[in-house]
Design a binder for this molecule. Structure first.
Ligand code: PEP
Ligand code: MG
Length: 587
């Protein structure tokens, strides 16, 4: 049994599929003599596909972002065609009968060792390009995630170092029962994606990639973060029973999808969905969301083969708006940097990427590119292809100071003037900011004067407030939303918004945690945006809550001094108010 961090609740039993195999080549694996030629041909095809990808990327980046940004990929083409690079991989396949993936892994190890001895920073950075080329090649050699391939049968448990957004998209509708990753915490993007699909997941399980082989039976317990490799038959059948109960609860709750969310004392509550893709908007509808409260547009860029231009963005935004429940969608502009990078925006290595050139700061550096996104949203808001008005809002991430939001407003005005000149239909939409930097939380009063609404990004707010990386398992004990400092700040921000009469939503992952929900409800919050999979359970929870009860619970909690005490009292209160939700577990 291995212990990690529980990041998406529920229980699953399935067959291991180890992905991103480039980083876990199994030692000693050899091809049969008659497989060698086919493997060389497979490698050759992967080279050609990678060259095609890079060619398309260079063209798009040059036209959409700039020539100098495209140069990064030109150097990757040079690496791909490097004679020594290709020769070594082919030799290992032919002479040593190594699978192409293993040969690439060996090459990466060799380069890593050589580069470790180089002191020049610029040259050392080239290793990133080599690694990128190898990962691209590898993705063309990994078959399980390609649509239509069927390497392993049955519900799969994905085992990975960290899931890349592109891999999650490739998973598509495949029957994925569970996810286990070596790195990442509760708000890492793999965790968020797992939750958005209601897939039990555990992260931060160090060394699991080396321990598990494809085809092994794996139990994922997303309630307490346990992973069991090849359990005995009794354990397997006990967990299968739990899995059935979990699925049953989810199915039974999802039948409330067409009911409004109303509290026990008759108050209406807005339960919105966080989405990363168009497909999630449909899930939001089937799960019973009243709209989309956060559309993370960066995933459109992260998963795009090259660069989506204004027209392509317009098309996607229109589709997302049309698919969102009630055609209500809050669209957030690019939130890149930190752990989500796209090389064409010129990302350089930084000592502290989460405190650096991230999010709105990065967008400001590429004003033309950023303006194209704003125009695409304003145009999509005017017309999503359906009759009647949609409700679209534009949300800006990681605002720290007043000057930034003023600058954003000026850009939106300019975008409107440009569209007028081009005679393009567009619509004025409410402008909001994300409160996810402590500086913004502290000065919320003055920021509220220049925005139409606020969305609290508690994932980042918690990590910045606690100075604890949200994806680092070593400090996850500090990155807790249910802690005295976090609850105090949230209470203050929510009060300030109410005083100013400005709509406020919380869109961090804590909105889907029943214990946190209870407290936020006690603070008077009535609008929440969460992974769609949590909506049925939270809707059920809402039906047990009253203003008076939750205020009382909150008062008790705000007097507590530690996170452990808060978790205990919140758990007890939850068990008292909604015992049926216990299997969803604590996080
Ligand atoms: C947040 O920070 O709480 C948030 C919702 O944004 P993201 O998780 O995309 O950073
Ligand atoms: Mg954030």
């Amino acid at each position: 049994m291995r212990k990690g961090i529980a990041v998406s609740p529920g229980v699953a039993v399935g067959t291991a599929y180890v992905i991103h195999e480039i980083f876990v080549a199994r030692e000693g694996e050899q091809l049969d003599a008659d497989q060698v030629n086919a493997e060389v041909a497979r490698y050759q095809r992967a080279c050609e596909q990678t060259a095609d990808d890079l060619r398309a990327l260079i063209q798009k980046v040059a036209s959409q972002v700039g020539e100098s940004e495209a140069a990064v990929f030109q150097s990757q083409v040079t690496i791909l065609h490097d004679a020594a690079f290709t020769k070594r991989v082919r030799n290992w396949i032919v002479k040593e009968r190594q699978p192409a993936q293993a040969a690439l892994r060996r090459l990466l190890d060799d380069y890593t060792q050589i580069f470790a001895r180089i002191s020049d920073d610029y040259l050392r950075e080239r290793l990133t390009d080599i690694r990128d080329v190898i990962v691209r090649l590898s993705s063309h050699l990994t078959e399980v995630l390609k649509p239509g391939s069927n390497v392993l049968a049955g519900p799969l448990i994905l085992i990975a170092d960290e899931l890349l957004p592109s891999q999650v998209v490739a998973i598509g509708d495949r029957q994925v029962a569970g996810i286990v990753t070596q790195t990442g915490g509760t708000t890492s993007h793999a965790a968020i994606l797992a939750r958005s699909r209601g897939i039990p997941a555990v992260s931060g399980v160090r060394g699991i990639l080396r321990q598990v082989r494809n085809g092994a039976t794996i139990v994922v317990d997303g309630r307490d973060g346990h992973v069991i490799v090849n359990p005995n038959p009794e354990v397997t059948s006990a967990y299968r029973k739990l899995q059935r109960e979990f699925v049953h609860l989810k199915d039974s709750l999802a039948t409330n999808w067409d009911q409004p969310a109303v509290s026990a004392d008759g108050e209406a509550v807005d339960l919105l969905a966080n989405i990363n893709h168009l497909a999630d908007a449909t899930t939001a509808r089937t799960m019973g969301a009243s709209g989309v409260g956060l559309y993370r547009t960066e995933y459109l860029f992260l998963t795009h083969p090259d660069v989506p231009d204004e027209e392509e963005q317009l098309k996607t935004y229109r589709e997302v708006i049309a698919a969102s429940p009630g055609r209500r969608a809050t669209i957030r502009t690019l939130d890149l940097g930190g752990d989500k990078t796209i090389p064409y925006l010129g990302h350089s290595r930084e000592a502290n990427p989460f405190l650096g050139w991230r999010s709105i700061r990065l967008s400001f550096e590429h004003p033309e590119f950023f303006a194209a996104q704003i125009r695409a949203v304003l145009r999509a808001a005017a017309d999503d292809g359906k009759a009647g008005e949609s409700e679209v809002q534009l949300l800006f991430p990681m605002i720290s100071v007043l000057e930034e939001i003023r600058r954003v407003r000026a850009m939106v005005r300019r975008a409107g003037r440009t569209l007028d000149r081009q005679k393009q239909p567009w619509k004025q939409v409410p402008i909001g900011l994300m409160v996810e930097v402590p500086a913004a939380a502290v000065t919320i009063d003055s920021l509220l004067e220049v925005v139409d609404f606020v969305s609290i990004g508690s994932n980042d707010l918690v990590q910045y407030l606690m100075a604890a990386d949200r994806d680092n398992p070593k400090v996850s004990h500090l990155c807790q939303p249910l802690s005295p400092p976090v609850l105090r700040v949230l209470d203050q921000v929510i009060r300030a918004c109410h005083r100013a009469g400005k709509p406020v939503t919380l869109c961090g992952e804590m909105a889907g945690d029943p214990r946190a929900f209870l407290l936020l409800y006690g603070m008077g919050l009535r609008s929440f945006s969460m992974s769609p999979a949590f909506i049925p359970a939270i809707k059920e929870l809402v039906s047990h809550l009253t203003r008076g009860d939750t205020r009382q619970v909150l008062q008790e909690i705000l007097n507590l001094k530690t996170a452990a005490q808060i978790a205990r009292v919140a758990n007890d209160q939850l068990a008292r108010l909604a015992p049926k939700l216990a299997i969803l577990g604590t996080r």
